[in-house]
Design a protein around this ligand. Structure first.
Ligand SMILES: [Zn+2]
Ligand SMILES: [Zn+2]
Length: 250
């Protein structure tokens, strides 16, 4: 009877909600059963959406509205291979906690919430979709350890209607690198040099590409990806991350 009325997927979801009631992705507070946005009110209030004014290149937010959008001091001197990097929210708690539970504890329920954050951000969506959406790849060894590439899952959560444009088979990480966390600027650059390769080169000439990743910290990894994509003939490479650090630092 229940099956006839609601259908199997709904029934499965109802059972899941009963067995695993939703909790806040950051503080683990229990949430109402049908809640889709998995942050409690207190944590949701602490999420900082990135708003203008910001650096026209790396997307770093400026504390004062006085100067409007302009290039930050780093982007005035740094040559980036991407034309623009944008992020939805700041990488600080509770966002940092939520990304950790997704990435390191495999909390897949977070993806729907991250997708909602993308949908709520009109400014970010303005230039989308590009010709190709490429997740920043993991090396095969890391992929086997983790079981999923967080960048690919984020790309799918942000662009559910553009699945054919999402291509995890074009940009490959051919060299296993040590995690960037804790490395200095020079070491980070050395660490990712020649780590990426492009396949299906014939699909890239003249194309606009959006690179997707979870967090933008120094930009070193996405910059190396953008470099090989531009060398392969891409017209423009932009970057979209779920979160970014407030200050890039070395
Ligand atoms: Zn919370
Ligand atoms: Zn900048």
């Amino acid at each position: 009877m229940v099956l006839m009325k609601t259908g199997l997927p709904e029934l499965i979801n109802a059972l899941k909600a009963l067995c695993f009631p939703p909790v806040c992705l950051a503080c683990k507070l229990a949430l109402p059963a049908r809640r889709e946005f998995l942050f409690c009110a207190a944590c949701a209030e602490r999420i900082e959406t990135i708003v203008e004014p910001l650096c026209t290149c790396c997307g770093r937010p400026f504390p004062s509205a006085a100067g409007g959008n302009h290039l930050c001091s780093l982007c005035l001197t740094n040559i980036w291979h991407f034309s623009q990097a944008r992020a939805l929210i700041l990488y600080e708690d509770p966002v940092r906690q939520a990304i950790h539970s997704f990435k390191y504890s495999g909390k897949m329920a977070a993806l729907h919430t991250f997708g909602l954050l993308y949908q709520a951000n009109q400014r970010i969506q303005k230039d989308h979709p590009p010709d190709l959406i490429l997740p920043v790849p993991l090396h095969g060894k890391r992929l086997r350890e983790r079981g999923f590439n967080q960048a690919l899952l984020l790309a799918q959560a942000f662009f559910p209607l553009h699945r054919p444009r999402i291509r995890p088979d074009i940009l490959m990480r051919t060299r296993a690198t040590t995690p960037q966390t804790g490395l200095s600027g020079d070491d980070r650059r050395r660490n990712v040099r020649k780590a990426f390769e492009v396949r299906e080169r014939q699909h890239l000439a003249g194309k606009t590409v959006l690179l997707v990743d979870d967090v933008f910290t120094t930009g070193t990894t996405v910059n190396e990806c953008a470099k090989v994509l531009r060398q392969a003939g891409c017209l423009e490479v932009r970057v979209l991350t779920l979160a970014r650090v407030r200050e890039m630092g070395e």
